[in-house]
Design a protein around this ligand. Structure first.
Ligand code: BTN
Length: 252
């Protein structure tokens, strides 16, 4: 087990108030591990020091190392009022931004759909995947890295953004507190506040962007985020396009 996985007992017991906690040294992917757990014990959190086959959106490999916080939160789809998977990923982006801001004072934004950004650097990625009655919210947060390997573009860490180290498990605790709080609000149907918070955290709203989808590339200005978490784009040709998935690049 890596040095930082030796989590102090007091912090571990604080984490267990959110649900079952599984601490692992090396795993293929925390999402796969979480989704293989016997159902009925959600929420559960699977944290790993090292992933050998971590993956990102569009099945891209996901880079992480001992300085990252790498985990999956497993939720039951049967939780009353649980938003659909796409929306859960947006909520996770918001929860992560809130937790980072509370801990560090940074004001990260969400590059739609759910990359957590500080300035033009990606601090964290989120991948939500469902299987059977469960959904895994996988989060990779760059915490104390001072540099990234060649080929990992536009990445930053809390350390590069603030000049100091941060405790990964305290950040995890902050995330779980925010996330489960926001999901409880959504479960009570209080979604208007959630949507306006998502809009405030958006790095793309009212910005000119290029969006690559599986089928084509759109260039235009994001004029809204709808209640399903889709972006409404006014293309340069004047058409309105509503997109539920894609890869966004901000244009100057
Ligand atoms: C992305 O930005 O493309 C999403 C990256 C998600 C990475 C996390 S790390 C924990 C969990 N396990 C995985 O294999 N992926 C997610």
């Amino acid at each position: 087990m890596g040095q930082d996985q030796n989590i102090p007992g007091e912090l571990l017991s604080r984490l267990t108030r959110f649900g079952r906690v599984v601490l692992l040294d090396t795993v293929l992917s925390t999402n796969d591990h979480a989704l293989s757990l016997k159902p009925g014990h959600e929420p559960a959190v699977v944290v790993a020091r090292h992933q050998t086959r971590g993956r990102g959106r569009f099945r891209r490999p996901w880079y992480s190392d001992d300085e990252s916080l790498t985990f999956s939160l497993l939720l039951s789809k049967e939780t009353p009022g649980l938003p659909r998977a796409g929306m859960i990923a947006h909520v996770a982006g918001l929860a992560l931004c809130n937790a980072i801001e509370k801990a560090t004072g940074l004001k990260p934004l969400i590059r739609w759909p759910n990359d957590v950004m500080h300035r033009d650097q990606k601090l964290a990625g989120i991948l939500c995947e469902g299987r059977g009655s469960a959904v895994a919210v996988g989060v990779g947060l760059n915490v104390n890295q001072t540099a990234f390997p060649d080929g990992v573009h536009d990445a930053g860490s809390l350390r590069t953004a603030t000049g100091r180290d941060w405790d990964r498990f305290e950040l995890l605790e902050g995330f779980l507190e925010e996330m489960l709080g926001l999901l409880a609000e959504a479960g009570k149907g209080e979604t208007a506040g959630l949507l306006s918070a998502l809009k405030e955290r958006s790095a793309v709203l009212n910005r000119r962007v290029e969006v690559a989808t599986l089928l084509r590339r759109h260039v235009g200005t994001v004029i809204d985020l709808d209640s399903e978490g889709r972006i409404v784009l006014r293309t340069d040709a004047g058409r309105l396009v509503v997109l539920g998935a894609g890869q966004v690049r901000r244009l100057r």
